[in-house]
Design a protein around this ligand. Structure first.
Ligand code: UD1
Length: 377
């Protein structure tokens, strides 16, 4: 049996790796194990619970307001020790967080091959998103197998000189995850009652580090949009980062049609997104989830590493300037025709079978299965 260690530490990584864990369990000759860094204690635990996953090892590295260097200095040595103890034959990391890069580096030092899930996304701007663009590039230097969600992402890796043999186009595991949960979770009763009464929901999230300096301004812009649309109900699960809490609560806290909540577990978040007329977010994952669910997304960033959603028409870049964000959101919410066109856009991120392709590719690497076919639209 080959031991495949899935390493993650943040909520979105857990959500997007959960289908991969299940697919590996079903793959003959492979045993999946979970190494949690605990980068996000509460948010990660909620995501693990949503999929019924339990870590086999946990580094528990989170402390409040630690710097990126502090985090790196903890994960790199501790992950290496755990990989040795677990007897890892391969490590799978996901995306572009500090956990992703640090565990990949640690595995490289240990001589353990790295598979990179969600490989090849590029904004081509090292400051946006920061530090994620650097994390995913650095991880790409270290990885042996790369699982790209789209053909465009795989082409980014080809341009960087990665060998064809290690490249796989699998689709995005977020599509797998959102379908699994949407099939078994119901919208919270309070939100369902609003829908039944004819009210529409808008979901907001913001947490990007490069947006922190402008977050109070963005929160004021969102407050003005909410005041202009008293008929809408805005739900905003606020990230637990204290810097985010301090930036957004003053502007949005007192509005009767803005519901500020703690971060939501995926069983609540997936149906909320599916029931919303619009997602306004600086998140990466919500861009894919919106596309998979057919829900328009206003992206509160200047650039995105997810150009397929822009091309398909489900995403709209709103920038991160208060006046521009307000104008874009007012235009979208004032134009049912535009929202309907965005809703009808095709989903460019996969067919919900990405995890199976990844598990098969890992088995192929060990000579246990045929090479999987690439996914294409
Ligand atoms: C991290 C990732 C980002 C991802 C996001 C998802 C990096 C550099 N960034 O960003 O790519 O989109 O997670 O959430 O890895 N905190 C808590 N409880 C929690 C979670 C966070 O208290 O459950 C607080 C801690 O004080 C922590 C701070 O929030 O130090 C920031 O969290 P951290 O994971 O370091 O970075 P994010 O900015 O959330």
């Amino acid at each position: 049996m080959k031991k495949i260690v899935l390493a993650f530490g943040t909520r979105p990584e857990a959500t997007k790796m959960a289908p991969v864990y299940t697919a590996l369990l079903a793959q003959h000759g492979l045993t999946p194990l979970i190494l949690s860094t605990g980068q996000q204690r509460q948010q990660l635990d909620g995501a693990l619970a949503a999929f019924g996953l339990t870590p086999d090892a946990d580094l528990n590295v989170m402390t409040e307001r630690q710097t990126l260097a502090d985090l790196t200095g903890k994960i790199v040595p501790q992950a290496g020790k755990k990989l040795r103890e677990l007897g890892a034959d391969m490590v799978l990391v996901h995306g572009d967080t500090s956990t992703t890069f640090c565990v990949a580096l640690s595995a490289f030092y240990e001589g353990v091959p790295v598979g990179h899930v969600e490989a090849g996304l590029r904004s081509s701007n090292m400051q946006e998103p920061f530090p994620e663009e650097a994390n995913r590039r650095l991880t790409g230097v270290l990885s042996t197998l790369d699982f790209s969600p789209t053909g465009g992402a795989a082409n980014n890796l080809r341009r960087e000189g990665k060998a064809e043999a290690g490249l796989f186009v699998t689709g995005q595991t977020a599509v797998d995850a959102v379908r699994i949960i949407a099939g078994r979770a119901a919208l919270r009763a309070g939100w369902q009652a609003r829908l039944d009464a004819g009210q529409q929901l808008v979901t907001i999230t913001m947490h990007r580090r490069e947006n922190l300096p402008v977050m109070p301004e963005l929160a004021r812009a969102l407050a003005e949009v909410a005041r202009a649309h008293p008929e809408l109900h805005f739900v905003y699960p606020v990230h637990l980062n204290p810097a985010v809490q301090e930036a957004v609560r003053p502007a949005l806290g007192g509005l009767s049609n803005v519901e500020l909540t703690d971060p939501l577990d995926y069983q609540d978040m997936a149906p909320l997104m599916a029931a919303s007329v619009l997602l306004a977010t600086d998140s990466g994952g919500l861009q894919e989830e919106g596309a998979a669910l057919g829900v328009p997304v206003a992206v509160l960033r200047n650039v995105t590493e997810r150009p397929e959603g822009l091309a398909a028409g489900v995403l709209k870049l709103a920038g991160n300037d208060g006046a521009q964000v307000k104008q874009t959101l007012l235009e979208l919410l004032g134009s049912p025709g535009t929202l309907a066109r965005m809703r009808a856009a095709r989903n460019p991120y996969g067919d919900g079978q990405a995890a199976g392709r990844i598990a098969q590719a890992v088995a192929w690497h060990f000579g246990l299965a045929e090479r999987p076919e690439n996914w294409s639209e």
